[in-house]
Design a binder for this molecule. Sequence first.
Ligand SMILES: *[C@@H]1O[C@H](CO)[C@@H](O)[C@H](O)[C@H]1NC(C)=O
Length: 166
Amino acid sequence: MLRLLVGLTCLWLLVDSGSSFEVENKPVTEDCLDCLCETMSGCNASAICVNGACGIFRITWGYWVEAGKLTLPTDTALSDDAFTNCVNQPHCAANTVQSYMSKHGQDCNGDDHIDCLDFGALHKLGNLKCQEDLPYIFAKVFNRCLKDKERLAEGKIIKKQEETST
Ligand SMILES: *[C@@H]1O[C@H](CO)[C@@H](O)[C@H](O)[C@H]1NC(C)=O
């Protein structure tokens, strides 16, 4: 299961990038995107909608609209399927998250900086409610994922230090 998640982890980086859904500001790190998709869907790339929330990040229509209605190169924002086609495609979905966060990024938890914890709250609760408490299961899986990422990153730094000191 873990191997599957890791395999899917960088899905949106591999997908061919068209021009009509590119975004300039990308405030969300790859690790943070990983944890968002892992928490929302287990990074399951099946093109499905669950209660109107679609794709690996379970993005809703309202969220997609707020993010500027990014579309696949083959769609226009006016076409009926533009929303589902974009948010079910990992690259377009990831850029939708980036766009939403660059528009609505804020210090939801009051710790004086805007980071992945805030992006998690914004993603799950929306920009108007991001100060509220997260559902327990979401918080648990998301925080676990972030901790694992931190530990991995620390491991890499230590490895680098060892390499340069020998
Ligand atoms: C992904 O989601 C689909 C549709 O819900 C499901 O059939 C499939 O088993 C899931 N895959 C994994 C690896 O969980």
